[in-house]
Design a protein around this ligand. Structure first.
Ligand code: NAD
Length: 483
């Protein structure tokens, strides 16, 4: 029988007070996996109370001891590595190796958090005036929350929770109601850590619990990852309520391919960037701008390789591309493909109506390639968040840069070239927060902040890296005289 999910508040599993539950289906088999409570403002309030009550004891726990919990968390995550990976496949639809990659990346954020005792240190200066010393101190700031998306159900929450709590804050996580189960497993693991009550709290749900988090006066700051319209809403609502906020939004990532690029290696890389996780990545390659005579080579090679991708059930080890997350996502993606065609694009490879034997009801969309795409076409402008790659031509490097900078998004952009001059100019001029040079998915490792500009990010301090230490701490300046 499908599990009825609970919230985890103040060190206990508790039922939400709602009677509304959201079904969670495996998008390939359509099996009902769980029922997720659509938690209410009252559930959030209980979590805030627990987190507030837990804060004082936790902030007084020496930072070295707080970091020890992260070492143990890492070990427990390694022990449950396959369980979590398999659940990510079942609730999200991606291929097993992709899920393993995501869990591995999540664990890297736990590794990063073990360094908080070093990273939280601040600096000082003696004799700023006669007999007066001045220094800074970083302190935990209170209760933080994260609202996270469906596409990396295990990794994205781990971008935030480990660093936030190791800095001495208490924490509330609200995952996506489309993929809530891997976080149910994470909290089983966190329970084994025996953290003091209230340090970590899980509230499952959708919009009502998100809104309650944004508006609750007891929450100091919110980390958000999701689509641009919601990121904007989160930024505006949180700032209106006096909160710190980092809101990572949607994307439309362009890749420029220069005629001098190593074509075989570049296209292999572009394949992974466009079709990995069925294109449901904020760093997915959405548009390839091929410069000059690179166009025909890229088009032919991409078509050949994309046509050979094995689409199937994610738990089957030979599958290279799984489903998209839901029937609604499939319908939205297929509608956008049609709109692109109506606006003048031409199909090179059509992934609509792909079926997989044994999984006929699965929400599969096969690799799709569109060409003859103009900058005004909807498929060049809007995030599709599916396995759809649009091809554009540019006469020269400058035109490629202009096309990229024209986008309202600025999450990532890449160039494939063997020319250092183009590579330098690209990273200098392109307005995107994560730049790839001969790298299709420009994903920062845990020790670097995750970039994002324009409509892909709202806030000042980004997630991960040194920004996360700033975000999750309050800085105090002490000016001292003892004589
Ligand atoms: P989403 O915006 O629909 O949902 C994200 C979270 O917000 C979920 O927890 C959801 O329950 C909540 N939410 C949704 N609508 C809401 C509303 N109206 N009011 C309050 N809360 C609401 O995003 P998604 O579909 O789950 O995820 C895909 C999106 O996330 C894509 O746009 C992708 O580019 C983006 N994303 C961005 C990054 C990044 O680092 N920039 C990383 C991963 C995903």
């Amino acid at each position: 029988m499908a599990k009825k999910l609970k919230n985890y508040i103040g060190g206990e599993w508790v039922e939400s007070i709602t009677s509304d539950y959201i079904p969670v289906h495996d998008p390939a088999t359509c099996e009902l996996l769980a029922e997720c409570p659509d938690s209410t403002a009252e559930d959030v309030d209980r979590a805030v109370q627990a987190a507030t009550e837990g804060f004082d004891e936790w902030r007084r726990t020496p930072v070295m001891n707080r970091a020890q919990y992260m070492y143990r968390l890492k070990t427990l995550l390694e022990d449950r590595f396959e369980d979590i990976s398999r659940m990510v496949v079942q609730e999200n639809g991606k291929a097993l190796d992709e899920a393993r990659g995501e869990v591995r990346r999540g664990i890297e954020s736990v590794d990063f958090a073990t360094g908080v005792p070093f990273m939280m240190r601040a600096d000082g200066l003696e004799d700023v005036s006669s007999g007066i010393d001045e220094f800074t101190m970083r302190q935990p700031a209170g209760v933080f929350a994260a609202i996270t998306p469906f596409n990396f159900p295990a990794m994205v929450p781990l971008w935030f929770l480990p660093t936030a709590i190791t800095c001495g804050n208490t924490f509330i996580l609200k995952p996506s109601p489309q993929t809530p189960i891997s976080m149910d497993i994470l909290f089983e693991i966190l329970e084994e850590l025996d953290l003091p009550e209230g340090v970590v709290n899980l509230v499952q749900g959708g919009k009502a619990s998100s809104m309650a988090i944004m508006e609750h006066p007891g929450i100091k700051g919110v980390s958000f990852v999701g689509s641009t319209p919601v990121a904007k809403l989160v930024y505006e609502t949180c700032t209106r309520h006096g909160k710190r906020v980092q809101a990572q939004g949607g994307a439309k990532n362009y890749i420029a391919v220069m005629p001098d690029a190593n074509m075989e290696a570049s296209v292999k890389n572009i394949m992974g960037a466009a079709y990995g996780c069925a294109g449901q990545r904020c760093l997915a390659a959405a548009v390839v701008v091929a410069v000059g005579d690179a166009y025909d080579k890229v088009r032919d090679e991409v078509a050949k390789q994309a046509g050979n991708l094995r689409v199937g059930y994610g738990l089957n080890e030979t599958t290279q591309m799984g489903t998209v997350v839901s029937a609604a996502a499939k319908e939205r993606i297929e509608n956008l493909i049609q709109r692109g065609l109506d606006e003048g694009a031409k199909v090179v490879l059509d992934g609509r109506n792909v079926t997989v034997a044994g999984f006929e009801e699965g929400t599969f969309v096969g690799p799709t390639i569109l060409e003859n795409v103009t900058p005004e076409n909807i498929v060049a402008k809007e995030e599709i968040f599916g396995p759809v790659l649009s091809l554009m031509k540019a006469e020269n490097f400058d035109e490629a840069v202009d096309l990229i900078n024209n986008s309202r998004y600025g999450n990532a952009a890449s160039i494939f070239t063997t020319n250092g001059g183009y590579a330098r100019d690209f990273k200098y001029r392109v307005n995107a927060g994560n730049i790839g040079i001969n790298i299709g998915v420009a994903a920062p490792s845990a020790s670097f902040p995750f970039g994002g500009q324009k409509d892909s990010f709202f806030g000042d301090l980004h997630g991960q890296g040194s920004d996360s230490i700033e975000f999750y701490t309050e800085r105090k300046i002490i000016i001292e005289r003892w004589i």
